[in-house]
Design a protein around this ligand. Structure first.
Ligand code: GSH
Length: 264
C-alpha cells in the first residue's frame, strides 16, 4: 500500500523514514543509488520530475517533497497524531518545518563533508552536470525536466567550489541553533509539550549537522537545551530504524565508487 523511493544516507529520505517509523508503518522499499545516478533515469524522472528522493506512492498516488509527504502521512495515518490540533501550535509547527526546509542544507553538506565522503560527493556533482547535459540531448520528451535540473546542479557546483560562499553559508548555522535553543529552553519539544512533525524533521537535520562536525556548537553546555533535546531525539526507536540502520549496502557503495572514479 505504501512504497517509498529513497536513498540511504539522504537527509530528505530520513525525514520521511522517521515519520514512517514513528507511526510503525510497513512500506515497500525502493532503494535509489544516488552515486550511480539512478535518480536521473527517465523512468524515475517520470515519477519525480525533479529527479530527487524521496517519492512516496500510496494507493497509486505519487507524492513528492519530504515536507509534503510527512504531512500527507500524518493525515492518512493519524496514529499517533504528529500535527497539533491547536491552531497556534499548528502554525508554529509549520514555521519550524519551513525554517529547516529553506535552510541551504545541500550546500552545507556538499561544502563541509571532509575525507573520502566529501571527495565522492563533490565529484558526483561534477559528473552529474556532464550527464545532465547529455540526457537533455538524448531524451527530447524530458528535456525541460533535465534542463531545470542542470540549472540547479550548475548553481550547486559553483557554490560548493567557492570556499568563501560556503564560509558565508556556515555562518548562518549558529543563529539557527540560537533560535532552537531559545525555544527548547522553554518547552520540551518544538511545539510545546508534545512531540510533533517539527521534531521529526529537525532530528534528521541536527543529526546531519552533528555528522558534519557542528555538534561542537551545542556540546559542552554551549547550548544545553539543544544538546539534551538531540539526545532525547536520538533515544527514540525511530532514530535507530530510520537513521542508525540507514547504511548503504556495500555492493551499492562499490558501484557508486566505480561510477565516481572510473566513470563506468
Ligand atoms: N525539497 C525536496 C528536496 C529533495 C532532495 O534534494 N533530495 C536529495 C537527497 S537529500 C536528492 O535527491 N539529491 C539528488 C540530486 O539532486 O540529484 C524534499 O524535501 O524532498
Amino acid at each position: 500500500m505504501l512504497e517509498l523511493y529513497y536513498a540511504s544516507g539522504s537527509l530528505c529520505s530520513q525525514k520521511v523514514k522517521l515519520v514512517l517509523a514513528e507511526k510503525n508503518l510497513e512500506w515497500k522499499h525502493h532503494s535509489i543509488n544516488l552515486l550511480t545516478f539512478e535518480n536521473l533515469q527517465p523512468s524515475y524522472i517520470r515519477l519525480n520530475s525533479k529527479g530527487v528522493v524521496p517519492t512516496l506512492i500510496h494507493d497509486g498516488k505519487v507524492i513528492t517533497d519530504s515536507a509534503v509527504i510527512v504531512r500527507y502521512l500524518d493525515e492518512q495515518f493519524p496514529h499517533p497524531r504528529l500535527i497539533p490540533d491547536e491552531p497556534a501550535l499548528l502554525e508554529r509547527m509549520l514555521c519550524w518545518i519551513d525554517l529547516q526546509d529553506k535552510f541551504p542544507m545541500l550546500e552545507v553538506m556538499y561544502g563541509n563533508f571532509r575525507g573520502i565522503e566529501g571527495v565522492v560527493l563533490r565529484r558526483s556533482v561534477q559528473i552529474k552536470e556532464r550527464m545532465l547535459a547529455q540526457l537533455i540531448q538524448t531524451n527530447s520528451e524530458l528535456k525541460e525536466q533535465y534542463a531545470a535540473k542542470l540549472k540547479d546542479i550548475r548553481q550547486l557546483n559553483s557554490t560548493i567550489r567557492n570556499a568563501k560562499e560556503i564560509e558565508g553559508i556556515n555562518t548562518k548555522i549558529e543563529p539557527l541553533l540560537d533560535q532552537l535553543e531559545a525555544q527548547l529552553s522553554q518547552t520540551n519539544w518544538l511545539c510545546g509539550a508534545t512531540y510533533s512533525l517539527a521534531d521529526t524533521v529537525w532530528t534528521a537535520v541536527l543529526n546531519r549537522l552533528d555528522e558534519l562536525g557542528f555538534g561542537r556548537l551545542w556540546e559542552n553546555s554551549t547550548r544545553p537545551a539543544l544538546g539534551s533535546y538531540l539526545n532525547q531525539l536520538k533515544a527514540r526507536p525511530s532514530f535507530k530504524t530510520a537513521i542508525q540502520d540507514d547504511k548503504m549496502p556495500l555492493p551499492m557503495l562499490l558501484l557508486g565508487l566505480r561510477k565516481t572514479f572510473l566513470g563506468i
